[in-house]
Design a binder for this molecule. Structure first.
Ligand code: GUN
Length: 274
């Protein structure tokens, strides 16, 4: 599925370069040495190379100051080769993430984290798709899953996944419930879900008891167990028995997130032509 998106982008990129001389360019900024972030950043660079984008990596030490990072963002904002800027989160504690996100030119904000882009997503008229939630929507669409009038339950209320995911589902006319760590009677709510999206960050927390027969289960989690095994937030074996559709970890939502990021980078490059 993600391969299909990347293959299409590769063709469109060849055409864009031929017609306008513009090669989409993505700058990826990583601060510190979080191992999960390193894996994500490597996948993003690899996808750029596959499609034919220009990409730059800025790997900065954990001791980088907020001011130094702001200076880099400003430099990238003013660099015509760069159409998309991605600052990998989380940032070290001494750097205010909101300050950094707010400094990115909204036209280059391929994560769609800037308040301008978040507002556009809320309204439903947006250029940049929120990467993980849009990847989930693409999987649902590809599997021909009906959303109109269905009960969708999202567990997690982060700015990266839970909140924008809820908006995208709402735009498709689902009846959306957002659950989080303070939600009471979680199981009663999740059992009403025709579509359940899980983004809690706790290994295999949602097992078969939480879902109803025939539910669609989307696992956004990515957790490393002590034995090094990579698992989602969903207990796959027990849910698979009841679900009509379920995404695996790894290989489900993750690659779609990157595919969406690549789409956004293309959009950002194309939008400079107008
Ligand atoms: N950290 C975890 N997911 C993401 C993402 O989608 N974008 C960025 N910038 N950082 C992340």
């Amino acid at each position: 599925m993600s391969q299909k998106v990347k293959d299409n982008l590769k063709k469109e990129t060849e055409k864009l370069i031929k017609d306008s001389g513009i090669t989409p360019g993505l700058a990826v900024v990583i601060v510190g040495d979080d191992p999960a972030s390193r894996v994500y950043v490597n996948s993003k660079k690899k996808a750029c190379a596959e499609i034919g984008y220009y990409s730059e990596e800025h790997a900065l030490p954990a001791s980088t100051t907020e001011e130094e990072l702001l200076n880099l963002v400003e430099k990238l904002n003013n660099d015509d080769k760069i159409h998309g800027i991605l600052v990998q989160l989380p940032l070290p504690k001494h750097i205010n993430e909101e300050t950094i996100i707010n400094a990115i030119n909204p036209k280059k904000d391929v994560d769609a984290f800037h308040p301008v882009n978040v507002g556009k997503i809320m309204i439903g008229n947006f250029d940049f798709l929120p990467c993980t939630p849009a990847g989930v929507m693409e999987l649902l669409d590809d599997a021909n899953i009906e959303l109109n009038g269905k009960n969708a339950v999202v567990i997690g209320r982060s700015n990266i996944v839970g909140k924008p995911q809820s908006m995208l589902l709402l735009h498709k006319n689902a009846t959306v419930t957002i659950c989080h760590s303070r939600t009471q009677n979680l199981k009663e709510i999740t059992k009403t879900a025709d579509i359940l999206v899980v983004a809690v960050g706790r290994a295999e927390m949602i097992d078969g008891d939480y879902i109803k027969e025939g539910a669609v289960v989307i696992d956004v989690g990515m957790n490393r167990l002590e034995n090094k095994k990579l698992v989602g937030d969903v207990h796959f074996e027990s849910c698979e028995k009841k679900a009509s559709y379920i995404t695996p970890v790894p290989g489900g939502v993750g690659p779609m997130t990157i595919a969406t990021l690549m789409k956004n980078t293309f959009t950002a490059a194309k939008n400079t032509i107008k």
